[in-house]
Design a protein. Structure first.
Ligand SMILES: [Zn+2]
Length: 136
């Protein structure tokens, strides 16, 4: 599944995996977020330049466009700022990406939990902050 990024008028970026290619999604702020070119695309690997997809070309859902050969595909990818998934480490690149994101979220959740629990005990935000910092 490709990752699609959407940006709302406030500049928030929403990043998610979608099977299809939603042009507009709802941002966390409630506004409409429009699709922007994403880093990853699940395009086929290199292939011969003669027979791909016949006269109409091959429709690539992750690029949202058709192409007839790998040169056209590469040009499209370049124009959209998209790289081959294989060039950035294949499937594990997506896993890594989300694992890093999850780790970051967990870190800030842990921090807030620690901060809140110390604050509850001590009623001292400065102590709570330093304890939470140390436990990072
Ligand atoms: Zn927003």
């Amino acid at each position: 599944m490709p990752i699609y990024e959407h940006r709302c008028p406030e500049g928030h970026i929403t990043e998610n995996l979608y099977k299809n290619r939603p042009e507009i999604v709802s941002c966390r702020c409630g506004k409409d977020a429009k699709i922007i070119p994403s880093l990853f695309a699940r395009t086929p690997g290199l292939f011969g330049d003669c027979s791909m997809g016949g006269v109409n070309g091959h429709y690539d859902a992750s690029l949202g466009a058709s192409y007839k050969n790998s040169m056209e595909r590469d040009a499209l990818m370049k124009a959209k700022g998209v790289v081959h998934l294989d060039d950035v480490g294949g499937d594990s690149a997506i896993d890594d990406h989300f694992n890093r994101q999850r780790a970051k979220e967990k870190e800030s959740t842990d921090y807030m939990n620690k901060y809140n629990s110390v604050l509850k005990e001590t009623h001292d935000p400065v102590t709570a902050m330093s304890v939470a910092q140390e436990s990072k």
